[in-house]
Design a protein around this ligand. Structure first.
Ligand code: CUA
Length: 347
C-alpha cells in the first residue's frame, strides 16, 4: 500500500513537469520566430505539408505503442497472479502469439511506415528541385559571420539582405569562403549547405511581399548565432527600382561633414576591408558598403542600422560581436560624427 502511495507521488510529480512542458510548448508559439509551419512560398508549403504528415504518423504510432504498453502491463499483472510458478513452456500458444507480435509489430509495420515516409520525402525533394525560368540570379557567399550577396547580371554587391521580386522564382547559387554554413529561410525554403569550393543551386520564391528572417543553420564558429540575414520580397516594379538604384555607384557627398567623413573612411583602415563603388575603397574582406545606409541591419542581423548602433559598432565591434574580423577604430568624437554623416549618405 505504501509502495502504491509513493508510486502515485512520483506520477503526480511527473504530471506537474509534463504540464509545465506543455505550457512552454504552447507559449513558444507566441513569439515572432519564423516557422516552417507558416509558409509564404511554394517550397515552404511543400515542407509544411510533409511536416504535418510526419507529425500525424508519429502521433498514430506513438498512441498505438502506448496502447499496447498499457495492455501488456495490465495483462502481465493479471498473469503473474494467476500463473505463479508456471513457465512459458506450459503455454506454447502464448509464446507463438508473442513471436507473431514481434514479427508484425517489430519488423513488418516499421518497414511499411519507413517506406511510406521515404516515398513522401522523395516526393517533396523532387517538388523542391523542380526548376522554372528564374527572374534573377543571386550568388550568396557565406563568410564568418556574414552573407555576401551578388547580382551578377546587374553588377550589384551587397550584404546580409537579399531583395527578390514577389511571386517570381529566383535562382540562388550558394557557396562559402572558409568554413561550411547553411542557408535557411524557414518561411520560404528548406536548409541548403554552403560549401567552400562547391556551388549548391536552388530556386527561392515568396508568394507574399514582406521581410523574411534567414539564419545560418550549420554551426560555423563562435558567432554562428549572430549570422542572420533578411530576404525582402517586393512587388516587381519596386524590385526593378531597387536594382536600378543599387547598380549605381555611391553618390558624391555634398555636405562638408560627410565629405570629411569620406576622407576619413578612405585614409583609415576602413577602406582596406570594405568597398564603396565609385571611390578608391576596394577592400573585399568585409561587406560592400556602397548602399549601406539602405540596409535594415548591421553586423549580419546583430543590430538595427541606426546612428547610435553604428557608432558603437565602429568604436567597439569586438564588444558587440567578439571574434569577428573588424578591428576597433580609434577616432575622435568629431571624426566619428563625420564618418557617420558620410555613411548615412550611402543610400
Ligand atoms: Cu554560418 Cu553558422
Amino acid at each position: 500500500m505504501r509502495k502504491l502511495g509513493s508510486l502515485f507521488a512520483v506520477l503526480r510529480g511527473l504530471c506537474r513537469w509534463f504540464s509545465v512542458l506543455v505550457m512552454l510548448f504552447i507559449v513558444s508559439g507566441c513569439n515572432a520566430a519564423p516557422s516552417v509551419l507558416d509558409p509564404r512560398g511554394p517550397a515552404a508549403g511543400e515542407i509544411r505539408w510533409l511536416s504535418w504528415v510526419l507529425i500525424g504518423m508519429g502521433l498514430v504510432v506513438y498512441v498505438g505503442v502506448c496502447g499496447f504498453l498499457v495492455m501488456g502491463l495490465l495483462r502481465g499483472h493479471q498473469d503473474r497472479r494467476q500463473r505463479a510458478d508456471h513457465t512459458e513452456a506450459e503455454y506454447p500458444e502464448d509464446a507463438k502469439r508473442g513471436h507473431g507480435i514481434v514479427v508484425w509489430g517489430g519488423i513488418v509495420m516499421p518497414a511499411v511506415v519507413l517506406l511510406i515516409i521515404a516515398g513522401l520525402t522523395f516526393n517533396t525533394l523532387m517538388a523542391l528541385s523542380a526548376r522554372s525560368d528564374a527572374a534573377v540570379t543571386i550568388d550568396v557567399i557565406g563568410h564568418q559571420w556574414w552573407w555576401e550577396v551578388k547580382y551578377p547580371e546587374y553588377d550589384i554587391i551587397t550584404a546580409n539582405e537579399i531583395h527578390i521580386p514577389v511571386g517570381q522564382p529566383v535562382r540562388i547559387n550558394l557557396t562559402a569562403a572558409g568554413v561550411v554554413h547553411s542557408f535557411w529561410v524557414p518561411q520560404l525554403h528548406g536548409k541548403l549547405d554552403m560549401i567552400p569550393g562547391h556551388t549548391n543551386t536552388f530556386q527561392l520564391q515568396a508568394d507574399t511581399a514582406g521581410e523574411y528572417r534567414g539564419i545560418c543553420a550549420e554551426f560555423c564558429g563562435i558567432q554562428h548565432a549572430r549570422m542572420l540575414f533578411l530576404v525582402i520580397a517586393q512587388p516587381p516594379d519596386e524590385f526593378t527600382q531597387w536594382l536600378e538604384t543599387h547598380s549605381q555607384p555611391a553618390a558624391e557627398p555634398v555636405d562638408t561633414s560627410a565629405q570629411q567623413g569620406r576622407n576619413i573612411f578612405l585614409s583609415s583602415t576602413c577602406a582596406q576591408c570594405h568597398a564603396i563603388a565609385g571611390t578608391e575603397a576596394e577592400g573585399r574582406l568585409g561587406p560592400d558598403l556602397t548602399h549601406f545606409a539602405s540596409r535594415r541591419e548591421i553586423a549580419a542581423g546583430t543590430l538595427a542600422n541606426n546612428r547610435g548602433n553604428l557608432a558603437g559598432w565602429i568604436i567597439g565591434p569586438q564588444e558587440l560581436k567578439p571574434g569577428n574580423l573588424m578591428p576597433a577604430t580609434d577616432l575622435s568624437g568629431a571624426d566619428l560624427q563625420a564618418l557617420l554623416d558620410y555613411l548615412a549618405t550611402l543610400k
